[in-house]
Write a new protein. Structure first.
Length: 85
C-alpha cells in the first residue's frame, strides 16, 4: 500500500456516461465548457426536461448529461458551501 499523496501509476480509466441533476443547468453547463473543456454534443427536451449532453472524448457522444431536477430544498454542501449548483 502506498502512502497517501504518493505518486502512482494509475490505470487509464475513463467513464462513458454520468448524469447530474442541477438547479442551474446553464451555469453548470458553462462550468463544464469553460473550466473543464467539455463540448456540447447534443441537447433538447427529454420527457419535459431540457437536457444537455457533453463530452471531452471525440469517440463518446456523451460522457455527461445535465438535467434539471435537483431539489432546491437539498442542504448546501457542509464541507464547502460554495460548491453545489
Amino acid at each position: 500500500m502506498q502512502e497517501p499523496g504518493a505518486a502512482s501509476s494509475a490505470p487509464n480509466l475513463k467513464f462513458a456516461h454520468i448524469g447530474l441533476a442541477a438547479t442551474d443547468g446553464l451555469r453548470l453547463t458553462r462550468f463544464y465548457i469553460e473550466v473543464l473543456g467539455f463540448i456540447v454534443t447534443d441537447s433538447g427536451d427529454f420527457g419535459g426536461a431540457e437536457v444537455v449532453f457533453m463530452s471531452r472524448d471525440p469517440k463518446e457522444h456523451r460522457q455527461i448529461v445535465l438535467t434539471p431536477g435537483r431539489p432546491k430544498e437539498l442542504p448546501k454542501n457542509t464541507v464547502n458551501p460554495d460548491f453545489g449548483i
